[in-house]
Structures are given as structure tokens and as C-alpha cells.
Write a new protein. Structure first.
Length: 52
């Protein structure tokens, strides 16, 4: 599950990067994506200790 979520976040980031290059109005995400983190929180569940 964790690998799938990380891959999904990566694809979303790639789509946004693509739109920045080729669209006059690129997609804007409400949260930043850095690696497997969205808005500073990990999408992986196995070792995630943050309370939701």
C-alpha cells in the first residue's frame, strides 16, 4: 500500500511539472509535494507516527 501511495504522489507531481512546462495556466496544488510527503506529511502508513 505504501509503495502504491508513494507512486501515486510521484505521478501527481509529474503531471503538475508537465503542466508547468506546456500549459499557459499550469495546475496549482493546494499543498507542496516533496518525495513521499504532501504538505510535509508522509503518505506512507507503516512508519508514520503523525496523528491525524
Amino acid at each position: 500500500f505504501d509503495a502504491g501511495m508513494c507512486a501515486y504522489v510521484n505521478v501527481v507531481q509529474e503531471v503538475c511539472t508537465f503542466s508547468e512546462r506546456f500549459r499557459s495556466q499550469p495546475l496549482r496544488l493546494p499543498f507542496s509535494i516533496e518525495g513521499d510527503k504532501v504538505g510535509g506529511f508522509s503518505v506512507a502508513l507503516q512508519f508514520n507516527q503523525e496523528e491525524r
